[in-house]
Design a protein around this ligand. Structure first.
Ligand SMILES: CC(C)(COP(=O)(O)OP(=O)(O)OC[C@H]1O[C@@H](n2cnc3c(N)ncnc32)[C@H](O)[C@@H]1OP(=O)(O)O)[C@@H](O)C(=O)NCCC(=O)NCCS
Length: 320
């Protein structure tokens, strides 16, 4: 069914993609934390008007959905915008949302292809806030109707310039990563007993080496920041763990960090994370972003000990 964008008009509802970037003002008629990024994303090819859909009644925007990708890619990689007019009653909002997303998926995702993961940003206290709680539950209910299921809730964390830098403990020595193979050789054992839901989902369908290679090729290989920021931590010459400080399209990030199973439980995560933070802070970045799953309690605690604050949460849903 994928092919040319289609327009659906039924029960006076019009569902269609944007015609061009000039319609961004219409698209931004619903409020969301990413609204300010769309113009640059469109200019850089991370979004396309044909992946930005609206549901309107008599010209009024009632819902919108959009997909994102990395620059240079022809396929949508993430379903990260799904908003409904929250003044509608929940049942109607859900119904409109379902129709919008069904129509858009039909048009942009080839038959037989799994739709990209859905990501929704919510305030850290969304469960205690009636409006945020309703916004999350309406969107999740609509997508569950379409076969998506909750994968995990994640913390979005931020270290802000001016926060005291973690002090080096001097227990470990740090070296750079020589090549892809060296890093993958360290990533494979780190997957052992990982609490990370995306890694665990990968390990259901592939070997640890395949999962590590996938993460390297799909994520780390795309960073334009210097690879000599990446660090392997060692104790008496033996690798203990590693950290991947990087810059993505939007921010400096701790992209990944791991401690090898034999060395877990000694707080080495603090040494390794501290080194990653110091490397990025030396670049005088205004903030360092990171994410971790809510159930990955050891990692969340380590970020907080290093001075990161939770500024948002994400709800991740998949069709797998
Ligand atoms: C998360 C991770 C980096 C923590 O590293 P660490 O150096 O073991 O961290 P800590 O020493 O603070 O130990 C964390 C917890 O592990 C548990 N632990 C203790 N001994 C352990 C052992 N032998 N093996 C595994 N876990 C152990 C303890 O519960 C400890 O928590 P507590 O002391 O606060 O109660 C590491 O477990 C890891 O690499 N996990 C897989 C990759 C991952 O999740 N990376 C983060 C992605 S965002």
């Amino acid at each position: 069914m994928a092919g040319s964008p289609q327009v659906t008009t039924a029960s006076d509802l019009t569902i269609r993609p944007l015609t061009d970037a000039a319609e961004l003002e219409l698209f931004n008629g619903l409020d969301y934390v990413l609204n300010d990024e769309f113009a640059d994303d469109l200019a850089q090819g991370r979004r396309r008007p044909s992946w930005m859909w609206v549901a309107q009644r008599s010209g009024r925007l009632l819902a919108r959905a959009a997909w994102w990708t990395t620059s240079g890619s022809d396929e949508p990689k993430l379903f990260d915008i799904f908003d409904v007019d929250d003044t509608l009653d929940a049942a109607e909002a859900t119904q409109i949302g379902v129709r919008l997303v069904t129509t858009a998926l039909d048009a942009i995702i080839p038959d037989g292809t799994e739709p990209p993961e859905y990501l929704h940003f919510a305030p850290p206290d969304w469960r205690d806030n009636a409006a945020s709680h309703r916004a999350v539950t309406v969107r999740m209910a609509a997508l569950e109707t379409l076969g998506a299921r909750p994968l995990v809730e994640r913390l979005r964390l931020e270290w802000r310039r001016g926060t005291p830098l973690p002090t080096p403990q001097g227990r470990l020595t740090f070296g750079s990563v020589t090549d892809r193979e060296e890093l993958i050789d360290l990533m494979v054992p780190v997957l052992d007993n990982t609490l990370d839901a995306h890694s665990r989902a990968d390990l259901e369908t592939m070997s640890p080496r395949e999962a590590a290679a996938k993460q390297f090729d799909e994520e780390f290989a795309g960073f334009s920041s210097p690879r000599d920021w990446w660090r392997v931590a060692s104790l008496d010459g033996e690798p203990v763990g590693f950290v991947i400080p990087a810059r993505n399209t939007y921010n400096a990030v701790i992209a990944y960090i791991g401690v090898l199973p034999n060395f877990r439980g000694h707080g080495y995560v603090d040494d390794v994370l501290g080194e990653g933070v110091r490397i990025l802070a030396a670049e005088d970045v205004p903030r360092i972003r990171a994410s971790t799953d809510v159930p990955n309690v050891p990692m969340a605690k380590a970020f907080h000990r290093a001075g990161f604050v939770t500024f948002e949460r994400t709800i991740n849903m998949t069709w797998s």
